[in-house]
Design a protein around this ligand. Structure first.
Ligand code: FRU
Length: 651
C-alpha cells in the first residue's frame, strides 16, 4: 500500500467516520401526504378522516405547508375540537422541526411533545414537555424544539385543538427529527402574496366608501398606523407605513409602501416589509430610512417576536425599492448592548447624520413605564455600512414625571436649530434646542405641541436641498368598516426665530387644485354668511380673517347641511382655536389677522393657524353636507378667502 493510500484509509477511519456520524439523515415523523392519518389516532371532530389539502370551507388562504397535505383543524369552523396523537417513536436526533400555523392559544390550540414517564417505563399518556402554537395567521412557519436532553426517550406528538371561537384551530405539517434547525432564511414571497391577497379582497369591499379620503395617503384597505421611513431616493418620495393587511384593527405589522414624484400624486407599491415568521418575527414595527455614504439604502426598524425587541434592517433588491430582503447582519442592535441598563419598550429607530457621524435614536423607558423615566437613547455607527452600532447613553429624558414612555422619537436639524419630536401619548410634542454631538446630549430651549388633534407618531425626511417634510398618523377613525385611519398631508417644517416649530402643507399640493374661488367680504356682527361657490367635501381653503373687535370669535363652517343645521366648525375666539371638538390655545399678537389653511378631505380636516398651531380632526359629516359658511362674532369680521376643490392623489 502506498503512503498516500495509507493516509486516505487513516483519514477515512479517524476523520471520515465521525464526520459521517455527524451528518445523520433526518427522520420524517409525518408529512401528512397520505389519504388518512395512518397510525395516528384522531379524537373529536376537528381533524376529520385525513389530512386537509389547503384551506377548508370558510377559511382564509392557508399557505406555507409542504406538498399537498397538512393537518388543519378548521374543519366545521373554529368551534370543532379534538386531538391527533402520533404513534410512539424514539428521540434519535437533536431537534424536532415542524411547520405550524393557526391560532395562538397556549395549551388549547397547539402541537405538543409527550415523553414517557420514566417511573412506569412506558409511554402511557406521557407528560407534555414542549408545546408550540400558531401566531394567529394561516401561514405555516417553521418551528423547532431542541430535544437533546430527551435523547433515547420514547415520545409521541399530540396536536391539540380544544379552543372554540376566533383562531380556535391549528395547522401543522412536516414533522421531522433532525440534527439541524430548519434551514429557512425567509418566507417572503408566500407571506407577501398572502398579505396582498387579503388587502385586495378587502379593497374591493371598501373602494366605494364615500368617507375614504381621496388625497390623504392610506392603504387600499385595512389598518394603517405610523408613517415609516419617508425618504427621497432616485427622484421619488417613498413613504412606508405600519399596516395590518388582515383587518381594520392593529396587528400583523407589515410596512405598506407608496411613492410620489411630486408629493401630491401617489402610486401604491406592493407591501414592502413583512414579519419573517421563519426568522422568528411576528411584527415589523416602526423605523426609518438610512442611506450609507456609499449610497446603500437601508430601512432600519424594530423587529418584534417571542424574544426581546431588536433593531433590524432590510435592503432593497432593485432601484425602484419594490422588493426587499432582510439584512444578513441582523440584528443590528440588541438589548444586551445597553449593559446593565434595562430599556423597556425599546423601539422605533430613527436615523440622522451630524457632522461626519451617523446616529440612531430609539425610544423607551427605564422603569417599566412607571413614569418619570421616559427616554430617548442614542447610538453611534461604528461602520460605514451601518451594521455596527455602539450605545452612547440617554440623549434626552422627558421632563414630566407623568410621562411613561417615548415612542417614535425624531431628531433632526432645521437650519441651525435641532428639533426633537416625541410621541409620548397625545398630543405629540416637540422640543427645539441644541445637540451636543460629541456628548450626544440634547438640550431643549422651547417646547410645544405638533398637533392638537388626531395625530400621532410622525416621521420626516430631508430633501437634497435641506427642506424637511413631515407626515403624521391620523388616528381618530372608528373601526368596523374594512379600513381605518390615514396619514396627514406632507408638512414642510421650519423653526421660527423664537424656536417655534412652523408647519405648512407642502406647496406641491396645489397640483391637485381645481379652479380658484375667491371671496372678500365683511360679515356683520353675529351673522353667518353662506359661500355658495365653495361647496364640496374635498376642499382647500386659505383664509385671512380679521375680527373687528379683538377677542371676538370668527371662523368658518365646513360640511354644512343645506339648511345650516349642522356643520364642522373651525372657530377662533381670541384665545382658543377650536376644530370639531378639539382645541388649541392661540393668541393673536398686535391685531394680526387669523391666517388659516384648511384642508378638508371627506372625513379628515387639517387646520393650520399662523403656521404654528395645527389641529387635525377626523369628522363624519352626513352625506350631502357640503356647504361652506363664514361666521362672525360681536362687531363683525372681515374675510379674505380663497378656495379650491382638490382632486384625487391616486394615479
Ligand atoms: C406608535 C407605535 C410604535 C410601534 C408601532 C407599532 O404608534 O406603537 O411605537 O413601533 O406603533 O405598530
Amino acid at each position: 500500500m502506498s503512503i498516500r493510500r495509507v493516509c486516505i484509509v487513516l483519514w477515512v477511519a479517524f476523520l471520515g467516520a465521525p464526520c459521517l456520524a455527524l451528518e445523520r439523515a433526518d427522520i420524517v415523523i409525518a408529512d401528512f401526504e397520505g389519504d388518512d392519518y395512518g397510525s395516528w389516532e384522531a379524537s373529536g371532530e376537528a381533524f376529520g378522516r385525513g389530512p386537509a389539502h389547503g384551506a377548508l370551507e370558510g377559511q382564509m388562504a392557508v399557505s406555507g405547508f409542504l406538498g399537498r397535505g397538512l393537518v388543519n383543524t378548521f374543519l366545521h369552523g373554529d368551534d370543532s375540537t379534538g386531538t391527533l396523537t402520533s404513534p410512539e417513536f424514539r428521540i434519535e436526533r437533536k431537534r424536532i422541526n415542524f411547520l405550524v400555523g393557526g391560532g395562538r392559544h397556549a395549551g388549547e390550540a397547539c402541537i405538543e411533545l409527550l415523553v414517557d414517564d420514566v417511573s412506569d417505563g412506558g409511554v402511557s399518556d406521557g407528560a407534555s414537555v414542549r408545546s408550540t402554537t400558531g401566531a394567529d395567521a394561516e401561514f405555516l412557519r417553521w418551528a423547532s424544539w431542541s430535544v437533546e436532553d430527551l435523547a433515547g426517550r420514547s415520545a409521541r406528538i399530540r396536536i391539540v385543538d380544544r379552543r372554540k371561537g376566533g383562531w380556535g384551530h391549528i395547522n401543522v405539517d412536516q414533522i421531522v427529527q433532525s440534527d439541524e434547525a430548519p434551514r429557512v432564511n425567509d418566507d417572503r414571497d408566500a407571506l407577501l402574496a398572502q398579505a396582498e391577497a387579503s388587502d385586495r379582497a378587502a379593497a374591493e369591499r371598501v373602494k366605494d366608501d364615500p368617507a375614504r379620503p381621496i388625497y390623504h395617503v392610506l392603504p387600499p384597505a385595512n389598518w394603517i398606523n405610523d408613517p415609516n421611513a419617508p425618504v427621497f431616493f432616485q427622484g421619488y418620495y417613498h413613504l412606508f407605513y405600519q399596516h395590518n393587511p388582515y383587518g381594520d384593527g392593529w396587528g400583523h405589522m407589515h410596512w405598506g409602501h407608496v411613492r410620489s414624484k411630486d408629493l401630491a400624486h401617489w402610486e401604491r407599491l406592493p407591501i414592502a416589509l413583512w414579519p419573517s415568521k421563519a426568522l422568528g418575527e411576528d411584527h415589523v414595527f416602526s423605523g426609518s430610512a438610512a442611506v450609507t455614504r456609499k449610497g446603500q439604502l437601508l430601512l432600519i426598524y424594530t423587529s418584534i417576536g417571542a424574544r426581546l425587541p431588536e433593531q433590524w434592517a432590510a435592503m432593497p433588491e432593485d432601484d425602484s425599492l419594490v422588493r426587499w430582503k432582510k439584512h444578513p447582519a441582523n440584528p443590528l442592535l440588541s438589548e444586551a448592548m445597553h449593559g446593565s441598563v434595562k430599556v423597556h419598550e425599546w423601539r422605533d429607530p430613527y436615523f440622522f447624520r451630524a457632522g461626519n457621524k451617523d446616529f440612531l435614536v430609539c425610544g423607551g423607558n427605564l422603569n417599566k413605564s412607571a413614569g418619570g423615566q421616559a427616554v430617548v437613547l442614542g447610538y453611534e455607527a461604528g461602520s460605514e455600512d451601518l451594521t455596527d452600532w455602539k450605545y452612547r447613553g440617554v440623549l434626552f429624558q422627558h421632563p414630566d414625571a407623568k410621562v411613561k414612555n417615548i415612542e417614535c422619537p425624531l431628531l433632526f436639524q432645521v437650519g441651525s436649530a435641532w428639533v426633537l419630536i416625541v410621541s409620548q401619548g397625545m398630543p405629540v410634542e416637540y422640543f427645539t434646542g441644541d445637540l451636543d454631538v460629541d456628548a450626544l446630549k440634547f438640550r431643549p430651549h422651547r417646547r410645544g405641541v405638533v398637533d392638537f388633534g388626531h395625530f400621532y407618531a410622525p416621521s420626516c425626511l430631508q430633501e437634497p436641498d435641506g427642506r424637511r417634510v413631515l407626515w403624521g398618523w391620523v388616528n381618530g377613525y372608528e373601526g368596523g368598516k374594512g379600513w381605518r385611519h390615514c396619514l396627514t398631508l406632507p408638512r414642510v417644517l421650519q423653526v421660527g426665530a423664537d424656536g417655534a416649530l412652523l408647519q405648512s402643507p407642502a406647496p406641491e399640493l396645489s397640483a391637485l387644485r381645481g379652479a380658484e374661488m375667491r371671496l372678500e367680504v365683511d360679515v356683520a356682527s353675529g351673522a353667518t354668511r353662506r359661500w355658495d361657490a365653495a361647496r364640496g367635501r374635498s376642499l382647500e381653503i386659505s383664509a385671512s380673517i380679521r375680527a373687528a373687535k379683538p377677542g371676538q370669535s370668527a371662523g368658518l363652517r365646513l360640511f354644512e347641511a343645506s339648511d345650516g343645521s349642522r356643520a364642522i366648525e373651525v372657530l377662533h375666539d381670541g384665545e382658543t382655536l377650536r376644530v370639531a371638538g378639539a382645541s388649541a390655545p392661540l393668541r393673536l399678537e398686535g391685531g394680526q389677522p387669523l391666517e388659516l389653511k384648511i384642508l378638508a378631505d371627506r372625513s379628515v380636516v387639517e387646520v393650520y393657524a399662523q403656521r404654528a398651531t395645527c389641529i387635525t380632526r377626523v369628522v363624519s359629516p352626513p352625506a350631502g353636507d357640503e356647504g361652506v359658511s363664514l361666521r362672525a362674532g360681536e362687531g363683525g369680521a372681515k374675510f379674505d378667502l380663497r378656495a379650491w376643490t382638490l382632486g384625487s392623489a391616486w394615479r
